[in-house]
Ligand binder design. Structure first.
Ligand code: NAP
Length: 282
């Protein structure tokens, strides 16, 4: 029988721990706010932003919203980011992606001070992760590590395969697993003999961005399978990169979609706000 890794429960545990830590920081007179910037009114972005603000409220962090019109110029957004970088009340800055096409995402992410980059996307934080120095870590892969650890799954010495090499999921995921002393292989669209490689995995992390791409043929018997993907299927229901029904019986543990990796991303964003931004107040 396989274990279903409960991301809802684990993310709630983390949020409750952070609530206590925030109260302790407040008792020491240390308060900080998260600045949340949204440009335009993309409905999916609005849902993400609302959920992030709700999580802040739950934990006791103030969030300051900037809802800018779609036609905002790059210079206007950069000016706001620079102002927030200088504002001592702001501990973290989050710019919701995607941005409208007249604004370079790269320029904006580079403009955020690495000390306030709670998404962990700034090259300084990416570099710190790769050389093992402290810094903000991309929330989704950080959430995967927490799911594994808090489910009692050993990472050290394991053969881990990460399917996907994006800057926000695949690459930081591989670095984090390496930091946990796993042996890591990263696969992508040019990988040959993909199934041969994924069938070696003790822990397989699927971040391929294709609905139900991974079926039982990709899995070693008894593997742990972490599904990062989020899609809507033909019936408008959420599904992942893994075909759960065919894969689960061959695993020892697996994350569902929804209720697996998804809730962890916001929990780890909150972790970055409290542990990182909170620490910068010392
Ligand atoms: P992405 O930028 O589209 O990257 C997908 C990766 O998969 C790329 O590295 C690509 O290879 C590789 N790939 C594509 N087709 C492949 C194939 N046939 N065989 C092998 N590799 C293949 O996606 P992402 O941003 O990393 O996100 C991945 C998934 O996670 C998406 O479903 C996304 O919605 C989801 N996601 C979830 C959360 C969450 O909070 N749970 C957060 C972020 C993302 P190349 O590099 O060669 O193109």
């Amino acid at each position: 029988m396989y274990q279903i890794i409960d991301g809802k429960k684990i993310s709630q545990e983390i949020k409750d721990e952070l609530k206590e830590k925030t109260a302790a920081l407040k008792a020491q007179g240390k308060t900080f706010a998260l600045a949340v910037i949204q440009v335009g009114d993309d409905p999916a972005s609005s849902v993400y932003v609302r959920n992030k603000k709700r999580a802040c409220e739950y934990i006791g962090i103030e969030s300051v919203s900037y809802e800018l019109p779609r036609e905002t110029t790059e210079e206007e957004l950069l000016r706001l980011v620079r102002e927030l970088n200088e504002d001592p009340k702001i501990g973290g800055i989050l710019v919701q992606l995607p941005l409208p096409e007249q604004i370079s995402e790269d320029k904006v992410l580079l403009a955020i001070s690495p000390e306030k980059d709670v998404d962990g996307f700034h090259p300084v934080n990416v570099g710190n992760l790769s050389i093992g120095r402290p810094g903000f870590i991309s929330c989704t892969p950080a959430g995967v590590i927490q799911l594994l650890k808090r489910s009692g799954i050993q990472i050290e010495g394991k053969e881990c395969v990460v399917l996907g090499r994006s800057n926000i999921v695949g690459k930081p995921m591989a670095m984090l697993l390496l930091r946990e002393n796993a042996t890591v292989t990263v696969c992508h669209s040019r990988t040959r003999n993909l199934k041969e490689i994924t069938r070696r995995a003790d822990i397989l992390v699927a971040a391929v961005g294709k609905p139900r791409f991974i079926d039982a043929d990709y899995i070693k018997e008894g593997a742990v399978v972490i599904d990062v993907g989020i899609h809507r299927n033909e019936d408008n229901k959420l599904c992942g990169d893994v075909d759960f029904d065919s894969v689960a019986p061959h695993t020892s543990a697996i994350t569902p979609v929804p209720g697996g990796v998804g809730p962890m991303t916001i929990a780890m964003l909150m972790y970055n706000c409290v542990e990182g931004a909170g620490r910068n107040l010392d």
